[in-house]
Design a protein around this ligand. Structure first.
Ligand code: ATP
Ligand code: LTN
Length: 339
């Protein structure tokens, strides 16, 4: 099959902090698996991270770090296009156009907006936080994307993207491909180690909440040893809310080792929570070793990353501008005519 015939995949991570094992298990790991079968675009969505306050120097550093972590996780820049969202201005332009076609009600009902807005002073919630899904829809629709590999928390944003694409296609004629969500079989929602009822998130600051991809082995192990469990003894996969901590540890273990639930439960039969935490901590440490080694190599050869991002931006611009031209034409924006 030639490159042009492959279906497209698009996904992104915000450079809003240190990447967690939730980001890896829910997103990055799936991306690696898809890069042969699809034409992939993996974006560092820096404009999205502006929806909550960011320190400029930190944002600059994290943008490069996230791109390097894509490569360190196994994404091959020779196969997939890796780029920074703000390098392709079509994203912002389509976001404006689509925001004009989005009923406010669709945005107010987004749970991510409600969650993040409730964590800030009412008056200081930026308009960007409300418009976040419109920018995300633009990211996806510009590439005529078929599949979007993300964690469970992005379901609602994907539904919104499809609704918006359908609305546009209905009003102006077939323009956008309707994207499907691609969820991981295991680990679509990794929970915080300090609070197994809240999603593990890179912008949560509480100590012991998340394991970061660049945490040193002793830190990883310590965080797992301190993970919140319960006062019982059973080590089983379960939906019971009071056993969410144990279930989360088992889920991480399953995602990392690829073993069946049955085999894992059998392995831990008769063992205690201390053993569970130790075993999971060691498995995650092993998982991170090669990733961290590759990351540090990349950090030492700075020029390579710049070159990958420049190439990525060029390729992404090509595809995005084709869709954007169609959109501009369909909605009646006048093109430039030069003699
Ligand atoms: P923030 O805290 O800044 O909102 P985040 O940690 O939720 O960030 P995002 O950049 O919003 O991360 O998400 C990047 C990708 O990682 C998305 O596909 C998202 O679904 C996935 N993801 C994030 N957290 C988890 C998690 N705890 N479990 C599984 N997937 C996750
Ligand atoms: N909203 C996503 C990040 C994101 C994204 C995208 C994911 C922005 N644009 C396009 C997939 C496709 C999040 O994970 N919070």
């Amino acid at each position: 099959m030639t490159q042009g015939m492959k279906e497209r995949v698009f996904s992104g991570v915000q450079p809003s902090g240190n990447l967690t094992i939730g980001n890896y298990i829910g997103a990055l790991r799936q991306w690696v698996a898809e890069q042969d079968a699809y034409e992939c675009f993996f974006c560092v969505v820096d404009l999205h991270s502006l929806t909550v306050p960011q320190d400029p120097a930190q944002l600059r550093a994290k943008t490069r770090e996230v791109a390097a972590l894509y490569i360190a996780s196994g994404i091959d820049p020779e196969k997939a296009t890796i780029f920074v969202q703000s390098h392709v201005s079509a994203h912002s332009e389509l976001a404006w156009i689509l925001s004009c076609m989005t009923p406010l009600g669709w945005l107010y009902r987004m749970t991510q907006f409600k969650d993040k807005a409730s964590k800030q002073q009412q008056e200081s919630v930026g308009a960007g936080l409300l418009n976040y899904p419109t920018l995300m829809a633009s990211d996806i629709l510009l590439y005529q994307t078929h599949g979007v590999p993300v964690g469970d928390d992005q379901k609602q944003h994907l539904e919104y993207t499809r609704d918006l694409a359908q609305r546009f296609n209905h009003l102006y004629g077939e323009t956008f491909t309707l994207p499907d969500i691609i969820l991981p079989k295991t680990g679509a929602r990794i929970m915080g180690l300090d609070n197994p009822n809240a999603k593990m998130s890179k912008s949560e600051v509480a100590e012991g909440h998340a394991v970061y991809l660049l945490d040193k082995p002793d830190v990883v192990k310590k965080k797992f040893m301190r993970a919140v469990t319960d006062s019982g003894r059973e080590i089983n996969f379960t939906e019971a809310p009071e056993k969410a901590g144990v279930n989360n540890l088992l889920t991480i273990y399953q995602a990392v080792t690829g073993q069946s639930q049955q085999d894992i439960e059998m392995y831990f039969e008769g063992k205690g929570y201390g053993d569970l935490k130790k075993t999971v901590g060691e498995a995650v440490t092993e998982l991170l070793k090669p990733l961290q080694a590759r990351y540090h190599e990349l950090a030492d050869e700075g020029g390579y990353l710049d070159e990958v991002l420049a190439r990525g931006a060029e390729k992404a611009c090509e595809v995005a501008s084709t869709t954007l031209s169609q959109v501009r034409e369909r909605i009646g924006l006048v093109g430039v005519h030069r003699n």
